[in-house]
Design a protein around this ligand. Structure first.
Ligand code: ADP
Length: 271
């Protein structure tokens, strides 16, 4: 890399750190009497990959459901790419966001769940083009081109004319990932995408996610129980415990040298 290119990269990295693409500030979330997230502060830099690990019920899914605007924080603010999620500025005044604003911020985010929910009556290709045509308003030709590129990326170019029922669970999940990428989101959320798969199908899906991560550009937030995968793919790992970030840092620190007894005991389950 030339000195100039290195300087530019360094500058971009510094700017990314100064201006995160995802930022939670003092976010708390309660359901009725139960507080499930407490004063969460979390910044994710552009292009960064973070993994959220922790016991069931610790608040991981709630963190990303708020980013999808599926849940509203009880207090605190969340920003994606400089836009607040639940509020917007009207002049100097902070006012509740309207549906148009929410649609816009949602457009920056792609999500893949455990359940891939492909449309059973549509071919794999059509599954990947229907949203970009209808939601982004791009032409059928462009949507098809993007979809083919992404299906190739997930290794399913030869299945485009098949229907979901003709594919294995792992292949269907790879289609779901391609379908999400076709929308060109700035941030991709993966919520335990391999949890519903037979063990022998897990590897192929994780490999696809690793390939996408290696491309570098997409910011990723991954909830996973696959500790080796988290170590391989994440720049930072966050251990959630009872609605708080209990430990975080580089995978080699958090996963190899956990400080708290809670994390040590959590990780021992995977050995
Ligand atoms: P995790 O993803 O770490 O398993 P969740 O974010 O799904 O944790 O859940 C955190 C806690 O919030 C759990 O105790 C769960 O029961 C509770 N919870 C999540 N969603 C709701 C809801 N809609 N209503 C009531 N409680 C909820």
């Amino acid at each position: 890399m030339s000195e100039q290119a290195a300087k530019k990269l360094e500058h971009e990295n510094e700017t990314a750190i100064l201006k995160p693409i995802v930022s939670y500030k003092n976010v708390s979330k309660s359901f009725g009497e139960t507080t499930v997230l407490k004063n969460l502060d979390l910044d994710v830099a552009k292009g960064e990959k973070i993994a959220l690990i922790g016991p069931s019920g610790s608040g991981k899914t709630t963190i990303i459901r708020m980013l999808m605007t599926l849940e509203e924080p009880t207090s605190g603010t969340i920003e994606v790419d400089g836009e607040m999620l639940w509020h917007k500025y009207d002049g100097d005044q902070l006012v509740p966001a309207d549906e148009k604003h929410l649609r816009k911020v949602r457009g920056n985010i792609g999500m893949v769940f455990q359940q891939y929910n492909l449309f059973p009556h549509m071919t794999i290709l059509k599954n990947c083009t229907v949203a970009p045509i209808n939601v982004l308003g791009i032409s059928k030709e462009e949507a098809t081109e993007r979809a083919k590129e992404m299906l190739e990326k997930v290794g399913l170019a030869d299945k485009m004319e098949n229907y979901p029922s003709q594919l294995s669970g792992g292949q269907q999940q790879r289609v779901a990932i391609a379908r999400s990428l076709v929308m060109q989101p700035k941030v991709m959320l993966f919520d335990e995408v391999t949890a519903a798969l037979d063990p022998e199908l897990v590897g192929e899906v994780l490999e696809v996610i690793k390939d996408i991560a290696a491309d570098g550009e997409t910011t990723m937030i991954l909830i996973t129980h696959e500790i080796d995968f988290a170590r391989d793919v994440a720049d930072r790992v966050f251990f959630l415990d009872a609605g708080k970030i209990a430990e975080y840092g580089k995978p080699e620190d958090v996963l190899e040298n956990p400080e708290s007894e809670r994390l040590q005991s959590f990780l021992s389950r995977f050995n």
